[in-house]
Each structure stands twice: as C-alpha cells, then as structure tokens.
Design a protein around this ligand. Structure first.
Ligand code: DGT
Ligand code: CA
Ligand code: CA
Length: 365
C-alpha cells in the first residue's frame, strides 16, 4: 500500500526550551544536566545546544567533562515536567495535521520530542504537497512555541525517521519512492534505524558495510545468522520496505465514527444530533462484541480542515450510550468555548476496550 509518512524531531529539545525561556542564553553554550545532587556537576549531560556541540559536548558524558570542554557554558538542571508540558502542546499541533481515521491511528508519538504522522490521504500521495505540509508544520511550531524542528518525509516510518536526521537543525528532507535507493544505499548499515552496535558489528564481520551491501546480500545467509524475523527485516529494510503501521500511544484498539455536519457551524443545536447518531453507532458496534470502554475521545475538524482531539478517561469501564454522550458533550463544550473556526466534521471514539464483566457499573443504571 502506498503511503506518505512524516516524522518530526524537535531540535536540541530541552536546551532549546531553556533558550526560549531565557533570551540571555542566546549564543552561549547551554548544557542540560541530570544532576545527581552529590556535588556540583556530578551528573551526566542530558542534552546541549549546538553551540555546546561545537565544543564536542555530547549527551551522556559527565557534566564535569563538559565543563572542561567549555568552561563558559551555562549548566542547567533538567526540568522534565516543564518540557513535557511543552511537548504535549507540540504533539497536539502535530496531531492536527495527520490524516483523520475513525480508529485514530494516523499519529504516533515515539518520544518526548518525536512523532510520526501519516498524511497519505491529505496529500493524495503527492510528495511535493507533503513538502508544503512539512514546512507549514515547521512554521506553526515556530510561531506558537518559538522552537525549531527537523522533518523527514517518506513512504513509511523507517524512511521518514531516517530522513529527518539528514538536515539538522531546522531542516526538511523528502525521500520520495523513486529516491529510496539513492538515499539509503550509500549509508553505512549502522545508520539504518533499528540497527544497533551489535548487529552492525556482526554485519561487518560478514563483509556488509553499506546498506547497499545489505540489500544485495543473500537473505538465506541473513536468516541463518539473525533468525527468520530479523533476517527478513534486515533484507527488506535495506530496500526501504517497511509496512509497520502507526500506533497510537497506549496502542490499544479503538472504535469510532466520524461524519460531516450538514453545514459548517458552531451551533450546538446542529452538532448534538450528529453526535447522538455517532455515539449510537459506536455503542452498537461495542454491544455486538460485548465490550466496555474507559476512554472517550472527540475529534473536530474545522472549516480550515484542521483536526483537534480531546480525550477523557473514566475512572471505571462503561458501555451505555448515556455515559458516552454525556462525556462527549462535555468535551464538545470545551471545544466550542475555545474555537474560532466553524466545525465541519465531528467524530467520537472510545478506547481502553475490555470484555464486559457480569457486574454493571453504577453509571450504567
Ligand atoms: P537533536 O534532536 O539532535 O537536535 O537534539 P535533542 O536534544 O532533541 O536530542 P534527542 O532528540 O536525541 O533527545 C530529545 C531530548 O531527550 C533531549 O533534548 C534530552 C533528552 N535526552 C536525549 N538523550 C538523552 C540521554 O542520554 N539521557 C537523558 N536523560 N535524556 C536524554
Ligand atoms: Ca530531538
Ligand atoms: Ca528525539
């Protein structure tokens, strides 16, 4: 299946946030440290900005060593909760550019500063349109969060992920399917996403140095060294093939419905009947499989085709339409109070599904 996948990786994320918060840091080497608290600078470097990287400072090295490499650098402690709150806002921006799916699987956050978005439908498999969307994303993150990121675009996650690291910081790289080999094959095998030092070492012993070497190597030989799954994966990855789907964090199955309103509107009286119908459909799908849910997610797509989602987690499983509608309406009210643009489409989905137990919850009466 032909796909367009976009990967975003924020540039020197923790250090960039600190620079943004304190403009006096601009131009200086900034080193973010996990301090052990035993003595001054007794921890390891979590990350650093590009000025510090010019002085050869790297993540993981002792802060004391970083201090020797760059005595004038500014050393700051990690503020993880704060970075996570920035990350959450960025992920919401990114999610709003992803294709809309009833089961919500066009978006995958893989770390605090990285995510995949599928934009196959949005682009109609047009990679130059994908390039425009990539630039739009960069612009919006810059405007709203004053941060830069690097973007990679490809026909799957593997290629998108590798493409985003080509131009850093603040770059964008598109690898269309016709450029797969010219992109991949000159690279060392260790650059293939998913290959660690141990695999790279074994491959070198087999005389395999570049990804081209790997692509041309006998698959039987790979399977006998690495086992069936890994051997076949290596062979396919070297050809740029990767069918792995995007997986929403928490990974579990969701059931949802989405539909277009009769007209673009912010009028609750026009939106609720549609919400009611969607909730009914979701509940009947759920009922036929005797499932309950714990998470309710509402999606709205506005007249500018931007998508927004909000979720609520119940403190126990439920399966009645009344509960679903009540929570969905609450979420919708929150959207309505924030939104300027009229709504075009509305979706409801449920997650954290499980088999119903005999006992009914209070909510279901
Ligand atoms: P980049 O992507 O090369 O411009 O730089 P970063 O700093 O964004 O690096 P990345 O994407 O590998 O990691 C994202 C954040 O995760 C980074 O700002 C700090 C944190 N981080 C990275 N490596 C380590 C590590 O080895 N230990 C700890 N505690 N945190 C790390
Ligand atoms: Ca990063
Ligand atoms: Ca990262």
């Amino acid at each position: 299946m032909q796909r367009v996948v976009l990967h975003v990786d924020m540039d020197y994320f923790y250090a960039a946030i600190e620079e943004r918060e304190n403009p006096e840091l601009q131009g200086k080497a900034v080193v973010i440290c996990m301090l052990s608290g035993r003595s001054e600078l007794s921890g390891a470097v979590s990350t650093c900005n590009y000025v510090a990287r010019e002085a050869e400072i790297r993540a993981g090295m002792p802060c004391s060593r970083a201090k020797k490499l760059s005595p004038d650098a500014v050393f700051l402690p990690v503020r993880k909760d704060f970075y996570t709150s920035v990350s959450d806002r960025i992920m919401e921006i990114l999610r709003s550019y992803a294709d809309v799916r009833e089961n919500g699987d066009a978006f995958e956050q893989i770390s605090i500063d990285e995510a995949f978005l599928e934009i196959t439908e949005k682009t109609g498999w047009d990679f130059s349109l994908a390039f425009d969307i990539g630039n739009q994303i960069k612009k919006e993150i810059k405007e709203r969060e004053k941060l830069t990121c690097s973007v990679g675009i490809g026909p799957n996650k593997l290629i998108a992920k590798m493409a985003s690291s080509v131009k850093k910081p603040n770059g964008i790289t598109v690898v269309s399917p016709d450029r797969l080999e010219s992109f991949l094959w000159p690279l060392k095998v260790s650059k293939l996403w998913g290959i660690g030092d141990i695999t790279a070492g074994k491959l070198q012993e087999m005389g395999i140095f570049t990804i081209k070497d790997l692509a041309e190597h006998d698959v039987i030989d790979l399977v006998s060294t690495f086992g069936k799954t890994r051997g076949i994966w290596l062979k396919q990855a070297a050809a740029g093939i990767d069918d792995s789907p995007l997986k929403e964090r928490g990974g579990s199955e969701q059931i949802g419905r989405i539909a277009t309103l009769p007209e673009d509107t912010l009028d609750i009286k026009l939106i609720f009947p549609l919400l009611d119908r969607l909730a009914g459909d979701v509940i009947s799908k759920l009922g036929s499989r005797e499932l309950s849910f714990r998470v309710v997610t509402v999606t709205v797509i506005n007249s500018n085709f931007r998508m927004y989602t909000k979720s609520r987690t119940l403190n126990h499983p439920a399966y009645s339409k009344e509960v679903l509608l009540e929570v969905a309406r609450e979420i919708l009210h929150a959207f309505l109070s924030e939104s300027q643009a009229e709504f075009r489409r509305v979706g409801v989905r449920v997650g954290e599904l499980q088999k119903r137990t005999g006992q009914k919850s209070l909510f279901d009466y």
